[in-house]
Design a binder for this molecule. Structure first.
Ligand SMILES: Cc1cc2nc3c(=O)[nH]c(=O)nc-3n(C[C@H](O)[C@H](O)[C@H](O)COP(=O)(O)O)c2cc1C
Length: 334
């Protein structure tokens, strides 16, 4: 009820103030109505000029339902406007009175509504200190703070998942996003095997370390990520502006090293891409790589780099975040 008063709050305040003044002074003439209008306009313009550029926030239509109670401010403000008008009728009369009623009713109402926004802002700030923290820390970042949280701050390695499938469409969307991330000479050696069937899961589980088996078994989807060592064959189409690029990888050791490095980068991109889909990724390297290579890549030209459990995090899935090295520990400037 109070929330629905919000869009009509000012009308309510001005009508009430006008009604109180009329009941004390009699119905207004044309000059008095114009004075009322002029007074209201004056208050609007004066307050707008005073507040220009300083408003702390605008109301958020997506705010939590609990915050909308602040709409209740509209009703007491209409009552305040009426009270002030009643007091004014005791001091003056004629167009001056009506002008003052217009100005004060408008000012009282608008100041009340501003107080509402201010209270909301203070409440919002206290409840969301975390949001403020990252606003402070991330000012130089162009990425939206909610996206920063989704990809990094609130994302974590998850071992327990909700009972909700991960679809091929979701993984395709992840790939369509991460394929734009860079690799050397645009080689893109990452290969992804989606392990879905019970039989394939069993084949994979045999090669996982004991501690990782249950984690994979609990995941709606498991992806085996590997490097393709023969990817240089794609160079003529993927790096066309350097026709001799393929020759640079003639030596097996060179192309293996290059493919492993680039594919590892792509593993990182993949984990972030999974998070971008609102899913959690549990990367693992606790496995027998030769066993997985034989099991899933019989050509001898691939090497597994990571096995990633994927799914929507289950309830209580997040553990406490382990500490991270500080900027000062990691970064040096020379
Ligand atoms: C390349 C890689 C290999 C990992 N291997 C395993 C693993 O074999 N088993 C496991 O339980 N967690 C594994 N993890 C998870 C890490 O322990 C975890 O990401 C790290 O502790 C950070 O945790 P957080 O993401 O929840 O902050 C691996 C993570 C990465 C990136």
């Amino acid at each position: 009820m109070t929330a629905s008063a919000a869009p009509h709050g000012y009308t309510l305040a001005l009508w009430t103030a006008t009604a109180v003044t009329s009941s004390e002074q009699g119905a207004p003439g044309a000059a008095e109505v114009l004075a009322l209008l002029a007074g209201a306009t004056l208050a609007f313009v004066a307050l707008a000029a005073a507040a220009h550029g300083t408003a702390p926030m605008t109301p958020d239509s997506s705010a939590h339902a609990g915050t909308r109670i602040w709409a209740a401010f509209h009703l007491p403000m209409a009552a305040c406007a009426a009270l002030v008008s009643l007091l004014l009728t005791r001091c003056c009369s004629g167009p001056l009175l009506w002008g003052l009623v217009g100005t004060t009713a408008t000012a009282v109402y608008l100041l009340g509504v501003s107080a509402q926004f201010l209270c909301f802002a203070v409440r919002h700030d206290t409840q969301q200190t975390q949001t403020l923290t990252h606003q402070r820390f991330t000012t130089p970042l162009a990425l939206d703070p909610a996206a920063q949280d989704l990809l990094f701050r609130q994302a974590g390695t998850v071992d327990s998942f909700a009972d909700e499938p991960v679809t091929d469409d979701q993984i395709e969307a992840v790939y369509e996003l991460i394929k734009y991330a860079p690799t050397s000479m645009n080689q893109q050696p990452l290969r992804i095997v989606l392990v879905r069937s019970a039989q394939a899961r069993e084949r994979l589980a045999e090669h996982l370390s004991q501690g990782n088996r249950n984690k994979s078994a609990a995941a709606p989807l498991v992806a085996v990520l590997a490097a393709d060592h023969e990817v240089h064959g794609e160079l003529p189409s993927q790096f066309p502006h350097l026709p001799q690029a393929r020759d640079l990888f003639a030596e097996r050791a060179v192309r293996e090293r290059s493919a492993n490095l680039d594919a590892l980068l792509q593993v990182g991109y993949f984990i972030i891409g999974v998070r971008a889909a609102g899913l959690a990724a549990g990367p693992m390297t606790g496995f027998d790589p030769e066993g997985i290579d034989k099991e899933f890549f019989s050509d001898g030209e691939h090497s597994v780099l990571a096995v990633v459990n994927i799914g929507r995090p289950g309830e209580n899935a997040r553990c406490t975040r382990s500490p991270r090295l500080t900027y000062a520990q990691v970064v040096t400037t020379v």
